[in-house]
Design a protein around this ligand. Structure first.
Ligand code: IPE
Ligand code: IPE
Ligand code: MG
Length: 247
């Protein structure tokens, strides 16, 4: 029995978020340069996206470049930006044929022009697709996102538009990047690292966390199905006790 057939498709997560990690180690294992690992990781993105289409997952958020990743050697950063430009341009037809809408979160203003332009073109070209929203976190970090939200709210208070004590969970969330998207129910991190590395800290308050030793370029559609199956075996209590969850 395949893993997909064991999944209850009525109870798949609406939103899956993934920290795609381990490209560098994957490349090193084969005696290749780190960039080869990043290039090979693109195939895993295709696989995971198809898996989301198969399961009817509505939102897929992928951590592609963090605000801290600028601190890597220039050669790697440049290579990653070029890869982003090439990949985004090459994948538009495939995104359209799978009814995928491309979106992004993060501070785009710091990305190279070519990357911003390609991203804008691909977003426009896929805008009316309604199957899966593929949300790329590019120059993203949760602390950047939350500080940004706090600054926007403070400006509204300064202008007298709202009172400080009227700031609520929902008005705060309105200032976050994905304010129309439900929180991820499932967060996956590959490569055997057990940390969040500044990803979606607000939105994953109640996400189920799934860690796997697989390095990102080796992560397959089947691995995604295994993660979802594992998720479906968990009891999400949200602070309650088991007996309260029966209905
Ligand atoms: C994840 O793989 C991709 C990015 C962070 C851009 P890494 O490049 O972090 O690979 P490792 O963790 O060094 O193996
Ligand atoms: C997290 O991976 C960022 C992305 C996957 C884009 P890193 O490899 O940068 O995280 P750390 O440095 O190991 O925490
Ligand atoms: Mg890493």
């Amino acid at each position: 029995m395949s893993t997909l057939s064991k999944i209850d498709l009525k109870k798949t997560p609406q939103h899956i978020a993934i920290i795609m990690d381990g490209n560098g180690r994957w490349a090193k294992k084969q005696g290749e340069v780190r960039l080869f690992g990043h290039t090979s990781g693109v195939e895993a993105v295709r696989e995971v996206l198809k898996g989301c289409v198969d399961m009817g997952v509505r939102y897929l958020t992928l951590y592609a470049f963090s605000t801290e990743n600028w601190n890597r050697p220039k050669e790697e950063v440049d290579g990653l930006m070029n890869l982003m430009v090439e990949t985004i341009a090459n994948e538009v037809d495939e995104l359209n044929s799978n009814n995928v809408r491309l979106r992004s979160i993060g501070d785009e203003s710091k990305l190279p022009d070519a990357c911003r332009n390609e991203l804008a073109k691909a977003k426009n070209a896929t805008y009316s697709n309604s199957g899966v929203d593929l949300i790329l976190a590019l120059n993203y970090s949760a602390r950047w996102e939350m500080l940004n939200a706090v600054q926007n709210i403070a400006k509204k208070v300064e202008r007298g538009e709202i009172k400080a004590n009227a700031i609520t969970k929902s008005s705060f969330e309105n200032e976050l990047c994905m304010n129309d998207v439900p929180d991820p129910e499932l967060l996956i991190r590959t490569s055997g690292e057990y940390r969040l590395s500044n990803f979606l800290l607000w939105q994953i308050a109640y996400a189920e966390l799934y860690f796997t030793d697989k390095l990102w370029p080796d992560f397959s559609r089947e691995d995604l199905f295994k993660a979802v199956l594992d998720y479906q075996g968990r009891e999400r209590r949200f602070g309650k006790v088991s007996e309260q969850l029966i209905n």
